[in-house]
Design a protein around this ligand. Structure first.
Ligand SMILES: [Zn+2]
Length: 293
């Protein structure tokens, strides 16, 4: 499942092609993805201008001149391919291999910017909805989403308050979209390693009894922001490389400290530990039992 940095990289890749451009023609090649496409999907898009392309958690939000928002989610296997005169690019690949099989191009946008944007999704867990802008905050997919980890509001106080009294593991708490938006298995493991906190630690231990943040909460917030910023930066560089080469350069997987590194030496300076894999909530957790406490 793509996580926040990948979705943000996709957004940045699509932004120049979509923002300020009009949907000249839209092809919906099948009636559904994870859910049916909205009623009159093509008709409601064609002729509309994208006034802005934003992101909330793992959702892409294209504001339309009609007052509706085109809400898009990549699901498990979705990707966008942007084709223009100087070739194609697929923004936001990272460690998730993308299909290039044209049979899975389910929705195609022909934009007035002269580009063709294909949404490819072999497993069809992706999503496209049209929601009036005024109703977006109350939409069932949006209303319970927690704070944006890169937003100014997100800090140790907010995270500690969300973890106050929580008896679940820190890994589970950070994976909960109501606590913080957009983090998944990979970046939770990476952030906990940077903060030197064990994924098994009880979530409430980053807060005082009154819900105030302690030093652990401060370190954790810094680590979350840093790991996401680094990943987005790496995604950005892979985007640029894409146009010059075959797109295999600059992916963030080369920079993982613990994720998918079971049995390899810990990279924390001075630590002699070995990366261990355990299963939490049915998902693999990678961590160093020596320096993560
Ligand atoms: Zn270590």
């Amino acid at each position: 499942m793509p996580e926040l940095p990948e979705v943000e990289t996709v957004r940045r890749g699509l932004q120049p092609a979509m923002e300020g451009a009009r949907f000249v023609r839209v092809e919906a090649r099948r009636p559904d993805l994870r859910r049916p496409l909205p009623k009159d999907f093509v008709k409601r898009l064609e002729g509309q201008t994208v006034t802005g392309l934003g992101r909330r958690a793992k959702y892409l939000l294209a504001d339309l001149s009609s007052g509706e928002v085109l809400l898009m989610h990549l699901g498990m296997s979705g990707s966008f391919r942007v084709a223009k005169e100087d070739g194609e690019q697929t923004p936001g690949e990272f460690h998730h291999p993308r299909s290039d099989d044209r049979a899975h191009d389910h929705v195609i946008f022909h934009m007035s910017s002269g580009v063709r944007i294909a949404f490819n999704d072999p497993r069809r867990f992706g999503l496209m909805l049209l929601v009036p802008r005024a109703d977006l905050a109350d939409h069932p997919l949006m209303r319970e989403v927690g704070p944006e980890p890169l937003g100014n509001a997100f800090g140790a106080a907010l995270l500690a308050a969300a973890c106050r009294g929580k008896k679940t593991s820190l890994k589970a708490a950070l994976s909960d979209q109501k606590v913080v938006a957009g983090l998944g298995n990979i970046y939770v493991c990476e952030a906990l390693h940077r903060a030197r906190l064990s994924p098994k630690r009880t979530a409430s231990t980053i807060a005082t009894r009154a819900g105030e943040p302690n030093e652990r909460a401060e370190h954790l917030v810094d680590a979350i922001k840093a790991v996401l910023a680094d990943a987005i930066k790496a995604g950005g560089s892979s985007l640029r490389d894409h146009r010059q080469t075959d797109g295999e350069l600059g992916y963030f997987q080369h920079h993982f400290r613990v994720y998918d590194r079971e049995g390899q030496p810990c990279v924390t300076p001075g630590c002699k530990g070995t990366v261990k894999r355990i299963v939490q909530g049915g998902r693999s957790t990678f961590f160093c039992p020596v320096c993560q406490k």
